[in-house]
Design a protein around this ligand. Structure first.
Ligand SMILES: Cc1cc2nc3c(=O)[nH]c(=O)nc-3n(C[C@H](O)[C@H](O)[C@H](O)COP(=O)(O)OP(=O)(O)OC[C@H]3O[C@@H](n4cnc5c(N)ncnc54)[C@H](O)[C@@H]3O)c2cc1C
Length: 313
């Protein structure tokens, strides 16, 4: 039994004040925190339950997406406006975890979930993962090759989404591409101070209606991605005006592919275009004998997602 204190503040200033105490940590759905905390890999002694804070709201019109940090995965994933205007987000969420976990798990907690690897889940800081077929092929650092597990974060990458945060110094907004950084000196991979609160996730991509998420996993449900792809296409008739492409299960952080996006831009939307755009995606990948298959799998997963997005009427 681990001793801890439990606070449930009613407003953001009290929550920020309480979490700033030694051992303070926010808890939302608790579906990740309790796991790692029980293992001893998350040194919290004061849990600050944020569920009574006003961090709700789902806005998903064609002109913009705004998700309160406490909205649950199931509510966002099945919201009619998200399904219609942001299919990539809805699909990524509904292909995640299990219905029970999705009912509990929040938007903010999802982005902050720890990788499912020994080094992130063992209290001994010297414990490292051995090479495995799940290892990342992009953003690998001497500190970690563990893949980032969030499906939602990959979907939000193609929407160029931002994270809104509130801390003792006030509010700040960071693009997801700045929020996540491959782990360098320690196992930290996001730009969030321990006493900062995520308040919402926001995006504005006018062509998000034509977007898709494809997830390849070892089992058809309740399983993390071996490889996944999120795409969004802006079509002008049969031509690609703009494309967004990101991958999951391949990076130590959600990984965007600007070179694939550039290769797609201005081309006819066809299988041949899609295959040729991903042909060199393995350049720069760090692979070993167990995870090298991910390069080919990634090409095929992105191609499938692009076809899926193209077929949206
Ligand atoms: C068996 C299993 C299978 C899963 N499968 C998948 C999957 O396929 N795909 C996938 O994407 N995910 C999967 N997950 C992960 C799941 O999505 C996360 O556990 C969940 O989204 C975390 O949200 P939460 O609200 O429960 O976070 P919590 O556990 O409450 O918190 C997680 C972390 O975020 C911090 N935190 C929470 N909210 C905030 C906030 N607003 N501001 C600042 N810090 C905050 C907490 O302090 C903690 O460090 C799985 C989890 C389990 C247990």
């Amino acid at each position: 039994m681990k001793n801890f204190t439990y606070a449930h503040p009613r407003d953001i200033p009290s929550a920020l004040g309480t979490v700033a105490r030694p051992g303070g940590a926010f808890i939302a759905g608790g579906t990740t925190l309790i796991d790692v905390w029980k293992l001893g890999a998350f040194p919290a002694s004061e849990l600050v339950d944020i569920n009574e804070l006003s961090l709700r709201g789902i806005e998903a019109s064609p002109s913009g997406l705004k998700l309160g940090a406490l909205e649950r995965m199931s509510d966002v994933g099945s919201h009619p406006d998200v399904v219609k205007n942001y299919p990539v987000v809805s699909q990524a969420l509904l292909l995640s975890a299990s219905p029970q976990i999705r009912n509990m798990a929040s938007m903010g907690g999802n982005l902050l979930q720890r990788p499912r690897s020994i080094s992130y889940r063992n209290p001994d800081p010297d414990q490292r993962d051995g090479p495995s077929r799940f290892d990342a092929i992009f953003g690998v650092t001497p500190r970690s090759a563990a893949v980032h597990p969030s499906d939602l974060a990959v979907a939000l990458m193609v929407l160029d989404a931002s994270v809104r945060m509130q801390g003792p110094q006030g509010e700040r907004v960071l693009k997801l591409s700045e929020f996540y950084q491959p782990p360098q000196k320690n196992l930290n991979f996001f730009t969030l101070a321990p006493d900062e609160l995520i308040t919402s996730l926001e995006a504005a991509v006018p062509f998000a209606r034509r977007s898709a998420y494809v997830k390849i996993r070892d089992r058809a449900s309740y399983q993390f991605a071996v490889v996944s792809a999120a795409v969004a296409l802006d079509l002008d008739g049969g031509n690609i005006r703009e494309a967004r492409v990101a991958g999951g299960g391949v990076g130590t952080i959600p990984w965007r592919f600007p070179q694939v996006e550039a290769a797609l831009k201005g081309q006819a939307a066809s299988l041949q275009t899609f295959q040729s755009a991903v042909a060199d995606i393995g350049q720069g990948a760090v692979t070993h004998s167990q995870n090298a298959f991910k390069v080919e799998l990634l090409k095929r997963t992105i191609t499938r997602a692009l076809i899926q997005a193209q077929e949206i009427v």
